[in-house]
Design a protein around this ligand. Structure first.
Ligand SMILES: [Zn+2]
Length: 98
């Protein structure tokens, strides 16, 4: 593959994608809790550094959010309707490889 001189020194820089954490599927909403629901994912999008995936189908529930902002929040997955709760910033200890 031959590189053209025109492209030398130029290019799009792409940051690494935010770490994605899987949420924990719960069978029912805790008493008094609210669930964020949307018809299309992601339900929530912010200026943070983490993404959260549905614990059931791996659909993106929250993208680019701050972990402390979504702590304890229950999402209703727009894809599979499962209820998933963000149990902490790192539910599985480390980002999923997905
Ligand atoms: Zn789902």
């Amino acid at each position: 593959m031959k590189e053209s001189p025109a492209s030398e020194g130029y290019g799009m820089l792409r940051g690494s994608p935010p770490p994605a954490f899987r949420t924990r599927v719960i069978s029912a909403l805790p008493p008094g809790a609210w669930a964020l629901a949307g018809t299309r994912g992601p339900v929530l999008c912010g200026g943070g550094e983490a993404s959260y995936l549905c614990g059931a189908c791996d659909g993106v529930l929250a993208e680019h959010v701050q972990p402390y902002c979504v702590m304890g929040i229950v999402f209703k997955c727009p894809r599979c309707s499962a209820l998933s709760q963000v149990v902490n910033g790192h539910p599985n200890g480390e980002p999923s490889s997905a």
